[in-house]
Design a protein around this ligand. Structure first.
Ligand SMILES: Nc1ncnc2c1ncn2[C@@H]1O[C@H](COP(=O)(O)OP(=O)(O)OP(=O)(O)O)[C@@H](O)[C@H]1O
Length: 306
């Protein structure tokens, strides 16, 4: 993805400050499963927050509650100070889904997927204005997908599809952007480009909540972290929250000698592993492919994140 020369051209909408408030949210499904209990945290503008937890810890349920797909049994979510329904109506929150949640056989062009982000800005006839078309063009350019605008979405690679859905979120001009596992199935180059884009969005005051099982990159791009296991185990600035102690609480059963393996963390074939060590009470994350203890690709300290 080439972002060079495509610095923020997308205006931030209506000067609304991004915020997300999750207060005492409990979600119990009709089956009786309580997927989330008394979850509370607050996030403000210019934030990239990692949402981290094992399989079944309630990450998707939290996203669904924020997107209004499920109603909290008790508690409340507010987006930019508004109840969820009102914030959705105003297009303040955009969602980048997991690839598995999308029917890729549905025939639709890349540019039409991105145009969906503009629906909230159109009247009921949904006839795109010149401005809508311009926003779609800018969003595609920003994620480096201009050359694919007339392709069918189903023809694209996993990473390219992710970029198209990111473009849809950009075209929508949401202030709060939810990204569900944005790094699953993407190559390292695309991952770096997505992280770059998240940095630009943070700099322009957006609030991103990013669910990821790729713990190694969390200190790289997240200034805040929420650790989940059916309840919020810890939430706050990364340096204070992404600690060995909290990670052990979140990943207790699967954390062995502070080494986390992709397959143990998530039911996919991501083979990357993470070793978490403590150094001067600050977490140091070694992150590599296959055998991190033999050949760490990167060594990241919380103190040097950009
Ligand atoms: N629609 C549903 N009806 C009943 N139970 C559900 C429903 N959706 C999720 N659950 C249950 O709620 C719990 C939390 O699931 P959720 O999908 O929110 O976790 P997750 O952290 O997103 O998991 P993953 O990392 O596997 O995507 C799980 O026990 C799951 O089986």
């Amino acid at each position: 993805m080439n972002y060079a020369g495509t610095e923020p051209t997308i205006e931030t909408p209506r000067g609304v400050a991004a915020s997300l408030s999750v207060r005492d949210v409990t979600v119990t499904y009709p089956s009786g499963v309580t997927a989330l209990k008394d979850a509370s945290f607050e996030l403000g503008p210019g934030t990239t927050c990692g949402l981290v937890g094992v399989n079944g810890s309630g990450k998707s349920t939290l996203f669904k509650a924020i997107m209004g797909f499920v109603r909290p049994t008790t508690g409340e979510v507010r987006i930019c100070g508004l109840p969820v329904d009102e914030a959705l109506k105003r297009g303040y929150v955009a969602y980048v889904p997991q690839s598995e949640d999308v029917d890729w056989d549905f025939p639709i062009l890349v540019e039409d997927v991105v145009m969906m982000g503009r629906y909230g800005h159109m009247n009921f006839l949904r006839i795109p204005s010149t401005n809508d078309k311009r926003k779609v063009g800018e969003a595609l350019e920003r994620v480096g997908m201009t050359g694919f605008r007339h392709h069918q979405i189903g023809e694209l690679s996993g990473g390219q599809k992710k970029r198209v859905f990111l473009a849809r979120a950009l075209a929508q001009e949401g202030r709060v952007i939810l990204l569900d596992e944005p790094f699953t199935g993407v190559d390292v180059k695309t991952e770096t480009a997505i992280v770059d884009l998240l940095r630009q969005l943070r700099a322009s005051g957006h609030l991103m909540l990013v669910s990821t099982h790729n713990l190694g990159s969390v200190p790289d791009f997240c200034d805040h972290v929420v650790l989940l296991n059916r309840e919020v185990l810890a939430a706050g600035p990364t340096a204070r929250t992404f600690t060995q102690e909290n990670l052990e609480r979140a990943f207790g059963g699967v954390l062995r000698r502070f080494r986390l393996e992709g397959g143990q963390l998530h039911a996919d074939d991501d083979r990357r592993t993470v070793t978490v060590l403590t150094d001067d009470e600050r977490p140091v994350v070694f992150y590599g492919e296959g055998k991190p203890e033999d050949e760490p690709l990167r060594r990241k300290n919380n103190g040097d994140k950009g």
